[in-house]
Design a protein around this ligand. Structure first.
Ligand code: HEM
Length: 530
């Protein structure tokens, strides 16, 4: 039987598949006609791989570390690369100039998000404003979030950050080999305390386990192309028993976990407050400001308060973890950098106390090291896609509405014309010959935290966290590569994982107190309420 006749047979006997084929064809034809009508000047689309009808560049799009491949493609197509996958349009911007022109100067048009029915409608990630479409609902979340995390608001979290860093130093002393886990725990504990005033358990804490499980689901489903339903939204209506519809069962499980993540801790704070207990945290501040329970806006405002509290965890915990893991890797690979940073701490602070937030301005090398830890391995290398709300024309090209624009943050922070030897970890690149921070060097904030109106609103908290953990760790610990069987240091390599978020591939290193005095300082630094 020929391919054509067997296809016809399948279509005849499986009406659902027939409908799918029909829908795909309808979408394809409608979009082609629409494009022509909306592009009267017949401007070309930006260059990029051509792909095939219907499926587009499905087979060209890299599954592994796409940011590197896009950067390679830029050598052929230029710094704007356009392609389609199953009807979804993508535009990758590979330089800061393009990102600024579109995502920043034209941010009114480039601040929407791709509709991903799997995540938003089936898995219930609607509470995460990072995924919410651009519009009044997103704006209300963003305003509320900013109020608690803008540059001059985050000082109020410093005591919590310092407390969790000290607990982290303690854990390193007891089980240094578990440092990857301790880093993750330190951030989970900090954010749960900031958001809900909850002190989590050292291990198997149900709040953390749920959130981590939910984030696993997001990492899997968050990559466009993983689930067909994102390209054919009507698929969300097929029943879960239907052959091939396992995504419905998976989505249901993640949906239930997600509800636990955003409802449970918030309800805990509400209940504590009803009992008259004080729970100083973000959620209680938001609850206190809610209108009366009988008022018409109460339900919506409560929803926003619940979402904003939860998003600080789901968007904030994992990201900073990756930056700190990169820092440990860098220290084990670059001993001279580590020694210089420690020498600065010893000279400025001495060795009888840990660095404080108030010391920060007196530690230029440490600040340079924090910046380099942010830049060296990108954490969200392609940020989160910004979708064009309307058709646009730029530089002689037509950019159709619905195009998902990806700013290649990795390329921006590894541009060899801006960062010499970009793959090397060199804090010196941010310093003047006199050893002061050089304001003319591109700040890794540009590229690492996304762009325009969607730029990460948690970046000030992240920056404080990173400074606190990095400076305190270096004050009391030496980080060195592991030793192999023949007694030689193992050569470490900066390997990272792929995905929306990128982490260093798990690695080992030796972590030892710098001296007996440093060990005593670690013990002494634990405060009474820790
Ligand atoms: C090193 C740590 C962090 C990195 C690298 C990072 C990076 C990013 C990036 C790339 C985006 C997408 C921006 C865009 O769409 O252009 C983003 C969004 C976001 N981040 Fe962060 N982030 C970090 C830490 C945090 C923290 C600690 C919080 C919360 C306390 C947070 C909260 C958010 C939120 C709420 C959004 C969604 C913004 C929106 O869509 O309007 N992030 N972040």
């Amino acid at each position: 039987m020929s391919l054509l006749s067997s296809t016809i047979l399948v279509i005849k006997t499986h009406p659902v598949y027939a409908s799918l084929v029909a829908i795909l064809l309808y979408v394809f034809v409608k979009r082609s006609i629409g494009n022509r009508q909306r592009n009267p000047r017949r401007l070309p689309l930006p260059p990029g791989p051509k792909g095939y009808p219907l499926i587009g560049s499905l087979f060209d799009v890299p599954k592994e570390k796409p940011w590197i491949t896009y950067n390679e493609w830029a050598k052929t197509y230029g710094d704007m690369i356009y392609f389609e996958v199953l009807g979804q349009r993508f535009l990758v911007l590979d330089t800061l100039e393009r990102v600024q022109d579109l995502l920043e100067k034209r941010s009114a048009n480039y601040s929407d998000r791709m509709r991903m029915p799997m995540i938003l409608e089936l898995m219930d990630w609607n509470y995460n404003m990072a995924m919410v479409p651009y519009g009044p609902w997103w704006r209300r979340h963003r305003r509320s979030f900013n109020e608690h995390f803008h540059a001059s608001a985050v000082w109020k979290y410093q005591p919590t950050q310092a407390r969790e860093v000290r607990a982290f130093l303690q854990r390193l002393l007891t089980t240094p080999d578990n440092f990857m886990h301790h880093i993750r725990h330190a951030f989970a504990a900090t954010i749960m305390s900031v958001a809900y005033g909850i002190r989590v358990k050292d291990s198997d804490d149900p709040y953390i386990t749920n959130a981590e499980e939910a984030l696993k689901g997001l990492a899997e489903a968050g990559i466009p192309g993983t689930y067909m339903v994102d390209f054919i939204p009507l698929l969300k209506y097929i029943p879960s028993w239907f052959p091939g519809a396992t995504f419905k069962t998976e989505a249901k499980r993640w949906n239930e976990i997600n509800k636990q993540v955003y409802q449970k801790p918030f309800e805990y704070v509400e209940n504590q407050m009803k009992k008259g207990a004080e729970v100083p945290c973000l959620a209680s501040e938001l609850i206190e400001r809610l209108p009366g329970e009988g008022s018409f806006s109460w339900e919506e405002e409560r929803q926003i308060a619940q979402n904003v509290s939860a998003v600080s965890y789901v968007a904030g915990a994992d990201t900073t973890v990756s930056a700190v893991q990169c820092f440990f890797l860098a220290m084990a690979m670059y001993p001279d950098v580590q020694k210089k940073a420690q020498a600065e701490i010893d000279a400025v602070i001495g060795n009888e106390r840990l660095p404080e937030f108030s010391d920060r301005d007196t530690l230029p090398y440490m600040n340079a090291l924090v910046k380099e830890s942010m830049r060296w391995q990108s954490i969200i290398p392609l940020a989160v896609g910004h979708m064009a709300t309307e058709d646009d024309e730029y530089n002689g090209y037509f950019i159709p509405k619905g195009t998902v624009v990806l700013g290649n943050g990795w390329a921006i922070l590894h541009d060899p014309t801006v960062f010499k030897n970009p793959l090397e970890y060199q804090p010196e690149r941010y310093l003047t010959p006199e050893g002061e921070l050089d304001p003319n060097v591109r700040d890794p904030e540009t590229g690492q935290f996304g762009f325009g109106r969607r730029m990460c609103p948690g970046r000030h908290l992240a920056d404080n966290s990173l400074y606190s953990i990095v400076s305190s760790t270096l004050a009391v610990y030496d980080i060195t590569p592991p030793i192999d069987d023949s007694g030689k240091p193992v050569e470490l390599k900066p390997e990272v994982t792929t995905g929306l978020l990128s982490y260093p591939v798990p690695f080992k290193c030796n972590i030892k107190p710098r001296s007996a005095a440093a060990e005593a300082l670690i013990h002494a630094s634990i405060t009474v309420d820790s």
